[in-house]
Design a protein around this ligand. Structure first.
Ligand code: UT7
Length: 357
């Protein structure tokens, strides 16, 4: 018994920021970002817009696509590393914003693997008779993490005419290795319980390598600090992410395929039977590494990082939604979702698209 994806939706903010825009506010170039990451442009939300706002938009679209009304949803699972507030998380905001009534609502903090964990949790809840319909949504507003001044934001979002102060340019350049990768966006799926055990979610293999948590993290702003946030932390920039890009790359190209092999073995299927690997989009070089590991037709491991950058928990549902819309997910298609990211959480989940809707 697995759950089937009854509808998908995505939402990205209107503001497009190209690599050329970024090159106006830091020492970088379209050529460097394109060849090292595959990102060409990303979206950023307006000031005052949080992850819950994007999540609600994406969820409306997924519910419409599924033909499911708010009163039919039994549980909502939200995944984000950029919640609107330090506490509480966004699940309640999404529940209220969609008018779902007082149903159970979970927040997950698994970063790039957040949606994958959410899908597995929602499937487990449905298959253990906790409800018939679940909404799973991944959403990020990384704009808040960008170390950019108001002048820098105006330069990237405005008409391109404004110059930024020299010290802003130097500061932005110090954080260029991670700031060019990320973008904002949300994706949602409506899951429906199914009694058919050869379709829907077939198996999952989820893992955590807690010893690698320092590879990408925000070291300040937390309960180890007194107070948990202070002007000293802000001055020391400990509220910004620190990232060991090389360390992440090496683990991602090894552990995503490892998890995909494990889930295939668990489900008793051969890797050759997989039609699509919907892999987390952190860097096109990682996606290329995954393709090399499987010696697969590159078309089977698609990429959409060029248009959005790394949208963390938003990535898997956005990519899957786009593939479905493009007619790449057909009745009976076998899909492997795979992700790796901060925590370090990683894993894979196998899904068979139903033969009939
Ligand atoms: O989703 C969360 C998980 N995140 C990931 O999985 C990210 C995985 N890793 C990566 O995507 C890559 O490691 C990065 C794209 C982040 C960085 O690529 P890299 O090839 O590992 O770059 P690096 O940080 O080792 O830097 C190489 C060079 C340095 O210059 P020097 O010292 O060799 O002269 C950097 O200063 O590239 C320079 N550099 C840049 N140059 C222009 C770093 N970032 C930039 C930039 N523009 N944006």
């Amino acid at each position: 018994m697995g759950s089937v994806i009854a509808g998908t939706g995505m939402y990205v903010p209107d503001n497009v920021v190209t690599n050329h825009d970024l090159a106006r506010i830091m020492d970088t170039s379209d050529e460097w970002i394109t060849t090292r990451t595959g990102v060409k442009e990303r979206r950023f939300a307006d000031r005052g817009v949080g992850a819950s706002d994007l999540a609600i938009e994406a969820s409306h679209r997924a519910l419409d696509a599924a033909g499911v009304g708010p009163s039919e949803v039994d549980v909502v699972v939200t995944a984000t590393m950029t919640p609107d507030y330090m506490a509480p998380g966004i699940a309640g905001l999404v529940q209220e914003g969609l008018g779902l009534g007082h149903i159970a609502a979970f927040d997950l903090r698994q970063q790039c693997s957040g949606f994958l964990y959410g899908l597995d949790l929602a499937d487990s809840l449905l298959t253990s008779a906790r409800g018939e319909v679940a909404l799973v949504v991944g959403a990020e507003v990384h704009a808040g993490f960008q170390p950019w001044s108001e002048a820098s934001w105006q330069a990237v979002l405005g008409d391109g005419g404004s110059e930024i102060p020299r010290e802003d340019y130097e500061r932005n350049s110090r954080y260029r290795s991670w700031s060019v990768i990320f973008g904002d966006g949300a994706g949602a799926m409506v899951l429906r319980k199914s009694d058919n055990d050869v379709e829907g979610v077939l198996a999952s293999s989820l893992h955590t390598d807690g010893a690698s948590f320092e590879l990408i993290m925000v070291p300040g702003v937390g309960s180890k600090s007194r107070p948990y946030v202070s002007s000293e932390q802000i001055e020391a920039d400990t509220h910004l992410p620190v990232m060991d890009g090389g360390g992440l790359y090496r683990r991602a190209v090894r552990l995503m395929p490892e998890a995909a092999r494990a889930v295939a073995t668990k489900a008793g299927i051969s890797l050759e039977d997989i039609d699509l690997i919907v892999a987390h989009q952190a860097n096109d070089r990682i996606t290329e590494g995954v393709r090399r590991q499987f010696k697969m037709d590159p078309q089977k491991v698609p990429s959409n990082i060029g248009g959005y950058g790394n949208t963390t928990a938003g990535t898997l549902p956005i990519l899957f939604h786009e593939l479905r819309e493009a007619g790449r997910v057909n009745p009976g298609s076998l899909i492997c979702f795979a992700a790796f990211g901060a925590g370090a959480h990683y894993g894979a989940l196998l899904y068979r698209e139903p033969e009939s809707p």
